[in-house]
Write a protein that binds this ligand. Structure first.
Ligand code: ASP
Length: 589
């Protein structure tokens, strides 16, 4: 037997017992005749002590140990003289009677402690060492608990976990596919699934009315910050449901996770907001509602005062930033520069300081103090607030003001990661026009149903009508991050064919790419709908972190590489030949 206990288990009530532990040497300190060793395993750290005066043999072995050696240690549990209240085993230590080196270790390239000295690249290269650190261990434990709770909860309410294939034909979700050459079918390729979307719908046709899967998905996107080319979804689908059934079912799942993973009882229904209102009040389709500071449209109110910037604007919006009327000239100049950055794209910033001792603004020339007070009241400001206003083209400035709202929320410490603010966003537009390719794209995906009341417009050939069609789609947002998205699906093959037509597919093209699903719908497809949650991000949010990488055991870096494996990499010429593929890249490496 290698061990009687783990390194996280022993307490003062175990004093006097003889135990054997196994683990990694985290640190060794010498003090006079004593040597102290921190022994680590997945469960914690236990202090071992060797006394030169008691056993020369043990002492000799201890003197050979180095960081990250794997050892087996036997001794008696004893109460510690100086207790360490920071760790659960801090009351005790093990007085060593025997030590066995199970394996030596070369010196690790960085310290394996909570706060390591290793940079990101180095830690990625030695991921297995980084994974020994507590923050990563805790992250993976949280991930496991989340997955476990999801499986329990959904199984208990009748969902079946069903696996779907990875080697498939491309199902567009708006990203590029990763492709895999087929050796047995020369010149042909599989695609890796961007999601199991079509399969889960086929499972509905097959009668499996409650499906889920914790599943890997693959999207060849230009990597934006904190995206992974392969990521995990909690993918779900249900039959004989309307939007309400889906929202209620998955609100149940999320509440259960809040309760069992975070210990948070969330007993109210989750708030809901339409896409249009989300844009109007938060300038975002994924509002962070941990704080207020809602946006107000004041376009009409501020026109006609001779201030050209407002008079010519399609949109003027304002937020009241609590307690910031005291901002200095310098702070306001800095904010003005902030909104003018190309990512935000505002031409300038108008401010009103609604101070205790009067009102002051950049637009004093055009508005009387009473008018400014009226404006302050209209945007819900109270004395002490700073009102910030942006103007210009509607959509662009709504988004810009939304970004400014988030920035001010962050600066005021209102985006507190220990708080959880869930939200449903619904009624997204079905289609998005793309000027460059001069065609519509599905905002969610091509299987999303238009709202029944918009069907007339859906069959119209006028662009303006099609732009107004709402989708029966919804997103689940947590703390300003889109964590889930889904929709009620089209289940009528004629509507599905119309959808492909609207998206600019010829009949033949639609048939070639999606014939299988259009066809399946002809054999009795039930009304159905579903949702998928981004599992990695969900875990990160539950862990109170912004970045998902810590919640994935072996993630890719932000250029899509696995630096530990050094992948992707070239393959042998013979392998290429066998696969009947050639590379257009010159051999220059
Ligand atoms: N397949 C969709 C996605 O990956 C989710 C869904 O509609 O259920 O976003």
């Amino acid at each position: 037997m290698y061990r009687t206990h783990t390194c996280g288990e022993l307490r003062s009530s175990d004093a006097g017992r003889e135990v054997t532990l196994a683990g990694w040497v985290q640190r060794i300190r010498k003090m006079g005749s004593l040597s102290f060793i921190d022994l680590r395993d997945r469960y914690g750290i236990t202090q071992l002590v060797a006394d030169e005066k008691e056993s020369a043999k043990v002492n000799e072995l201890v003197s050979k140990l180095g960081r990250e050696y794997v050892i087996q240690a036997t001794g008696i549990v004893a109460e510690r003289q100086s207790k360490n209240s920071k760790i659960p085993t801090g009351e005790i230590e093990i007085k060593l009677s025997a030590v066995k080196i199970l394996n030596s270790a070369v010196t690790p390239p960085f310290t394996i402690e909570d706060n390591t000295d290793g940079g990101e690249d180095l830690r990625a290269q030695y991921r297995y060492l980084d994974l020994r650190r507590n923050p990563l261990r805790r992250a993976l434990e949280l991930r496991h608990r989340m997955a476990h709770e999801v499986r329990n909860y959904l199984s208990d309410i009748g969902f079946l976990e069903i696996e779907t294939p990875f080697l498939i034909k491309s199902t567009p979700e708006g990203a590029r596919d990763f492709v895999v050459p087929s050796r047995m079918n020369p010149g042909e390729f599989y695609a890796l699934p961007q999601s199991p979307q079509t399969f889960k719908q086929l499972l509905m046709v097959a009668g499996y009315d409650r499906y889920f899967q914790i599943v890997r998905c693959f999207r060849d996107e230009d990597l934006r910050a904190d995206r992974q080319p392969e990521f995990t979804q909690i993918d779900c689908e249900m039959s004989f449901v309307e939007r309400e059934d889906i929202l209620v079912t998955f609100e149940g799942l999320v509440k259960n996770l809040f309760k069992n993973v975070l210990g948070i009882e969330y007993d109210k229904p989750f708030p809901r907001i339409s896409y249009r209102d989300a844009m109007e009040y938060y300038g975002s389709d994924k509002p962070d509602i941990r704080f207020g500071m809602k946006m107000h449209t004041v376009t009409e109110m501020v026109k006609g005062h001779g201030f050209g910037v407002f008079d010519d604007a399609g949109y003027v919006g304002a937020i009241a930033v609590p307690g910031c009327a005291c901002y200095s000239r310098k702070q306001l100049d800095e904010l003005t520069e902030w909104v003018k950055r190309p990512q935000i794209g505002a031409k300038g910033l108008v401010y009103i300081k609604y101070g205790e001792d009067g009102i002051k603004s950049t637009i004093d020339k055009f508005f009387t103090a009473e008018e400014l007070e009226g404006l302050a009241a209209a945007v819900g400001a109270v004395k002490g607030d700073l009102i910030l206003m942006l103007s210009g083209a509607k959509k662009k400035m709504q988004v810009a003001l939304g970004a400014l709202r988030l920035e001010m929320g962050a600066r005021l410490g209102l985006r507190d990661n220990s708080k959880y603010a869930p939200l449903w966003v619904y009624d997204f537009p079905l289609l998005e026009w793309d000027d460059e390719t001069a065609r519509f794209y599905a905002m969610h995906h091509p299987f999303t149903a238009p709202k029944p009341e918009d069907l007339d417009k859906f069959y119209s050939n006028r662009k303006e009508d099609l732009e107004q069609v709402n989708a029966n789609a919804y997103d689940f947002v947590l703390n300003g991050t889109e964590v889930g998205g889904g929709s009620i699906r089209i289940h009528d093959s004629n509507v599905q064919e119309r959808m492909f037509e609207v998206l600019g597919f010829t009949k033949e093209d639609a048939e070639y790419r999606f014939g299988f699903i259009i066809n399946a719908f002809k054999y009795g497809a039930p009304p159905h709908g579903g949702i998928a949650f981004g599992f990695d991000r969900f875990c990160a949010l539950f862990g109170g972190q912004e970045t998902i990488r810590d919640y994935i055991a072996f993630p890719k870096n932000n250029t899509g590489r696995d630096v530990m494996l050094d992948a992707p990499s070239r393959i042998d010429a013979s392998q290429m030949e066998e696969l009947c593929i050639a590379s257009t890249v010159k051999e220059d490496k």
